[in-house]
Structures are given as C-alpha cells and as structure tokens.
Design a protein around this ligand. Structure first.
Ligand code: ADP
Ligand code: MG
Length: 279
C-alpha cells in the first residue's frame, strides 16, 4: 500500500543561521513497506525520526532522498492533487487530539469537512456517514453537537480517529495516539484502534516510544535509532530474540513483561555451603 524506498530526510536545524547552517538528519536510508491489513509498529526513543517517518508516509513531508510509493505509484513531489489523492489512501491520528481538531468546529462539522472538501455524497449521505462514524468510535450521537473543548481527552481522540476514517482510507498512521491521554483511557483507545483495524481490514502504522504498547497490536515491529532502522521483524521475533543491542536496551528499559532477559540474572550461584545443607 505504502512503501518507503531508501528514504532520507534532512532538516535545517532549528536556530541555525543563514551563514552557519547546520543540518539534522531525521531519517536515513529508511526502507519500509506496509501491506493491506497489516499493522507495523514503529518504536524508538524521542528524536529517533518516528514522526518524520509518519509525515513522509502521509505525504506531509517530502523526502530529501529516496522515494515513496503509494498503491504501486512512485511519488517524488507532493503536489496539491497528489496530496488530495493520498488523503483517500492514508490518513493520520496524531498524539494530541486537542491540537488536531479545530476548537471552533463541532464534531459534526469536523467529520463533515473532509467529505465536503472531496465533494463526496449528497448532503443527506454526508449526514448519514457522520452519524455512522461517531457510532463506530463508540461515541453517542449527542456528541455530534459538542465542541472539542466540551469533550474529555479520550473522547477527543475518538473524534480524531473518526475523522481519520471519514474518507475510508486503506491505511491509518497513528503517531503516539495514546501518549497524551490519561493512563486510564489508553487501553480503551488502543483497543478501539485494534477493533477498527480488524473490522475494516485497515492497514495500520502504530508509532510509540514505548515498545510494550506496540507489542500487542503489531504484526511487524520496526525499531528506529537516530533516523535509521536498526531492527525490523515479526513482533514475536523482535521480542523473543532481538538482534540489535539497541532493541535489547529498549526491552530492558521497560518494566519487563518478559520472564527473563539473558544476562540480567543477579542471583548468586548456590554456594558450597548451601549445597551441603541440601544434602
Ligand atoms: P520522534 O518522533 O522519534 O521523536 P522526529 O521525527 O520528530 O522524532 O525528529 C527527528 C529529528 O529531527 C529530531 O532530532 C528533531 O529535533 C528533528 N526535527 C524534526 N522536525 C524538525 C523540523 N521541522 N526542523 C528541524 N528539525 C526537526
Ligand atoms: Mg514524534
């Protein structure tokens, strides 16, 4: 559905001057494909290039090198018409629903907007689609007339997810979709995304700095460090036998759900006296 081929993104560093430009390599030689119905988890610590990868995948950031292939078609320049077509293939859920939604638009308006922009359906069909969408994300129809400010963080993220689904995309890119939410609602949003993915047969790219969050929703896991992919494989393999030392450190840093990590056992071997007592 979406494939990155050897993609690099170089930014001008923030605060660098015209006479002394410094560069930030946000992505380097990243190759990655997401297929229909597949969930790919991208993990890595802050600054590793995850959001840049997400932006390239949805056509928001132009690669400095390499190319992006959408539905079999290589795209080198993201012009207006190309972006509009991409909008119907891939859509995004960002970390903070408060900034992703327009504070002055009611939920109904926010969900109707993409349909109007793309000229989809009659007025009655749009209204019906909007009602369906709020139901799909588990909100009551009374939420339709609410402004984002009148909703909780979890409800707002549900609206952002509904909005991402409006144009029936084939792929959703979710960039830290639960990180800004209260711990108590994180699992609900994660489950909602997993359910929608299964129901609608969507592809999903699920981005998190927390490898444990990604674990249960991903078929494949990609580990990024300093703009590069350091490990890529089936989720189970990455968890059970990580090849890269950085992946191992990520797994070690999280309160581990793994029974045992090699080399972490600190219990002393039985001393001779213990063995004697046992005899
Ligand atoms: P992550 O999402 O993993 O935290 P990002 O993709 O946001 O990482 O950032 C990767 C690197 O690129 C970081 O060093 C970040 O500071 C830098 N960066 C991101 N966006 C910009 C930008 N618009 N201008 C300059 N540097 C940027
Ligand atoms: Mg990010």
């Amino acid at each position: 559905m979406v494939e990155l081929r050897d993609v690099g993104v170089v930014y001008k560093a923030r605060g660098s001057s015209l006479f002394n430009p410094t560069k930030v390599v946000a992505m380097e030689a990243v190759s990655l494909a997401v297929h229909r119905g597949q969930t790919v988890g991208i993990v890595g610590e802050s600054g590793s290039g995850k959001t840049t990868t997400a932006k390239v995948m949805i056509g928001l950031e132009q690669p400095t090198s390499g190319e992006v292939v959408f539905d079999g078609e290589p795209v080198r320049r993201f012009t207006g018409p190309v972006r509009k077509r991409l909008g119907r293939i891939v859509s995004v859920v960002f970390q903070d629903p408060a900034t992703a939604l327009n504070a002055r638009m009611t939920v109904r308006e926010a969900l109707r907007d993409p349909l109007e922009v793309h000229g989809i359906g009659s007025r009655a069909e749009r209204d019906a689609r909007v009602k369906d969408l709020v139901g799909m994300v588990g909100l009551p129809s009374s939420a339709l007339d609410a402004l984002p400010g009148q909703l909780s963080g979890g409800q707002r993220q549900r609206v952002a997810i509904a909005r991402a689904l409006t144009l029936e995309p084939q792929l959703i890119v979710a960039d830290e979709p639960t990180s800004a939410l209260d711990v108590s609602v994180r699992a609900q949003i994660l489950n909602l995304l997993a359910d929608l993915k299964a129901e609608l047969g969507l592809g999903m790219v699920f981005i998190s700095h927390d490898i444990q969050t990604v674990r249960y929703v991903s078929d494949d896991i990609v580990v990024m460090n300093s703009g590069r992919i350091v490990e890529h494989g089936p989720a189970q393999q990455v968890f059970e036998s990580p090849r890269d030392p950085y992946t191992r450190s990520l797994l070690g840093a999280a309160p581990s759900l793994l029974a045992e990590t090699p080399g972490t056992s600190t219990s002393p071997s039985p001393s001779p006296s213990t063995s004697k007592e046992q005899q």
